[in-house]
Write a protein that binds this ligand. Structure first.
Ligand code: DX5
Ligand code: ZN
Length: 231
């Protein structure tokens, strides 16, 4: 995982066919996905339940790019080792998930994986100021976490601009998650984001048998984001 600020599209498999994860992951990668985003939910920190470590471990052999694991769970520290052993390349924890985000990020790094810190829409950019040196990525949520297919919350744009300024020259990605489409991607790309998660906007209209539609959807998001960068 080398660092650059080029636009990267990370489809969220929360919008995939849950009976066919291996084939879905192979399809999105063949169609141009840069990373694969795995949304882990616990029915406590967020009102939905998804993937435990054995599920994530089963995804691993299918992911040839980067397996990006977004933990929406609390507490988070007791599960870091299990998700690292399941094969995550990058583990993101929420600043709101507990009182000790600094310790959580240290624990992720201690597993030898990249560390991300996530901000809910109601949490200000400043909440991550003192942990940036422990981070490889800041995730700015543009929906309240828990479900795919929600509407983009625009306050994430100015927050992204603030995070980008705080990061300066440091090799830290900015990821956007929630409501990313060809319409909203340019707004956050221009503000400084480089990794765009998209669930419904990638999987919409396609299937493993019509993976070309995934490709069209990925290209449309990427083209819109890149155009905003070059303006
Ligand atoms: C929300 C998840 C997202 C979600 C994005 O809790 O973290 O990754 O799947 O889905 P869309 O792109 O449909 O908003
Ligand atoms: Zn996510």
């Amino acid at each position: 995982m080398s660092f650059d600020r080029s636009i990267k599209i990370a489809p969220s498999i929360l919008s995939a066919d849950f009976a066919s994860f291996g084939a879905e992951i192979r399809a999105i990668e063949a169609q141009g996905a840069d990373w694969v985003h795995v949304d882990v939910m616990d029915g406590h920190f967020v009102p939905n339940l998804t993937f435990g470590p054995p599920a994530v471990k089963a995804f691993r052999p299918h992911v040839k790019t980067v397996m990006d694991v977004h933990l929406m769970i609390a507490p988070v520290d007791p599960y870091i080792e299990a998700y690292a052993e399941a094969g995550a390349d990058l583990i993101t924890a929420h600043v709101e998930a507990g009182p000790h985000i600094h310790r959580t990020l240290q624990a992720i790094k201690a597993q030898g994986v990249k560390a991300g810190v996530a901000l809910n829409p109601g949490t200000p950019a400043e909440a991550v100021a003192d942990v940036l040196d422990l981070c490889d990525m800041v995730l700015v949520m543009t929906v309240n976490p828990g479900f795919g297919g929600q509407k983009f919350i625009h306050s994430g744009i100015e927050k992204t601009r603030k995070v980008r300024a705080m990061i300066g020259d440091r090799p830290i990605h900015i990821q956007i998650d929630g409501g990313v489409t060809p319409e909203t991607a340019p707004l956050v790309a221009e503000a400084g984001a480089d990794v765009l998660v998209a669930g419904s906007a990638v999987f919409k209209g396609g299937s493993v048998d019509r993976a070309d539609i995934y490709g069209d959807n990925i290209r449309a998001i990427r083209a819109a984001a890149e155009a905003a960068r070059s303006n």
